[in-house]
Design a protein around this ligand. Structure first.
Ligand SMILES: [Zn+2]
Length: 325
């Protein structure tokens, strides 16, 4: 993974610390040239602190992110397609026309409550389960096989289900479709109560005919996992505050930079290590291992004074010993 580190740029997790204005210019230029969109956080709309304060206390001043790298991939024709709507029921691939996703298919098990005033505020609403036949999403018409699925582990389930169905008779009716007797219910997946007579709780049997991939510089990568560069980067201008001087809270500043908590009570107290020594990837997320921790880039002659580095190393050594990393 490219981490953009150089003599004048320090990389910690997904953060980059530019040591000089020239290094920053060069870094931003490099990031732009390979497709990052750069946001100037000095111009952020909802900033609560002054720019002078941001600089002095070491806020991130730039944000770099890769835009539009997510694409869909049709399972039928294997083309890269847009992700818009790709996970809505019946959406069609723009290349071959195959449906990319079905929410409900013949045989899907649907569990829902009727949208009755009487039960709306109850936390444990009565629910009912059916096997679906077909969903016409555009017309908010959900067709179900007429017999509800019973949960035999509940006593009187048969009676109670029948009663529940009868109580809510105004929300459903029997229809004939292709010579088959089905139940028709008004259901749209719009998120608005008025568009549905039921509140869908669970659908079992969704069908995906696509995957999501990430595409960068002509290469395809899985939705999650390995990717050659960070998707987002926080960029800091360290010349406003470096080198850090010894203060009672310096260790907190340094631990925060690797997403760690300085309160020892936060970590396991029974001797279990906080971080996996091999991958360094246990909760909390950070690549810090004891080795990394002792050589944190922030304790770098460029960013921290020698006296501060010594002081903080002592604190961290104590920290490492006590958390048994
Ligand atoms: Zn296709």
């Amino acid at each position: 993974v490219e981490n953009f580190e150089s003599e004048s740029v320090i990389s910690i997790n997904n953060s980059l610390y530019a040591k000089t204005p020239e290094a920053l210019e060069e870094l931003l230029g490099k990031l732009r040239s390979i497709g990052y969109a750069i946001k100037d956080l000095r111009k952020a709309e909802h900033r609560e602190v002054s720019i002078a304060e941001m600089e002095k206390t070491g806020w991130s001043l730039w944000f770099a992110s890769l835009k539009n790298i997510q694409m869909g991939k049709c399972n039928s024709c294997h083309s890269l397609i847009k992700t818009n709507g790709i996970r809505s029921h019946g959406h069609k691939c723009e290349v071959c026309g195959a449906v990319t996703y079905y929410d409900v298919l013949d045989g899907s098990v649907v569990k829902f409550s009727f949208n009755t005033e009487r039960y709306r505020d109850l936390f444990f609403q009565p629910k009912i389960c059916f096997i679906a036949k077909f969903w016409d999403a555009e017309n908010a018409a959900l067709y179900l096989y007429p017999d509800p699925v019973l949960n035999d582990s509940l006593p009187d389930n048969d009676q109670r289900t029948k009663k529940y169905l009868q109580e809510n008779k105004k929300f459903w009716r029997y229809v004939e479709k292709d010579g088959q007797r089905l139940i028709l219910i008004k259901y749209a997946n719009t998120g608005f109560v008025k568009d549905s007579d039921i509140n869908m709780i669970d659908i079992n049997g969704r069908q995906y005919n696509h995957s999501i991939v990430r595409v960068w510089q002509g290469k395809e990568y899985p939705e999650y996992g390995d990717f050659p560069v960070p998707e987002t980067l926080n960029i800091y201008e360290s010349w406003h505050w470096a080198p850090l001087q010894p203060t009672p809270t310096l260790h907190e500043r340094i631990l925060t930079a690797v997403n760690m908590v300085s309160d020892i009570g936060y970590y396991y107290q029974d001797g279990r290590p906080v971080f996996c020594k091999k991958t360094g990837k246990k909760w909390p997320s950070s690549y810090a291992t004891s080795h990394h921790l002792m050589s944190l880039p922030l304790i770098n002659p460029g960013l921290t004074s020698v006296a501060a580095a010594l002081a903080v190393s002592m604190i961290l050594l104590n920290f490492v010993t006590r958390t048994r990393m």
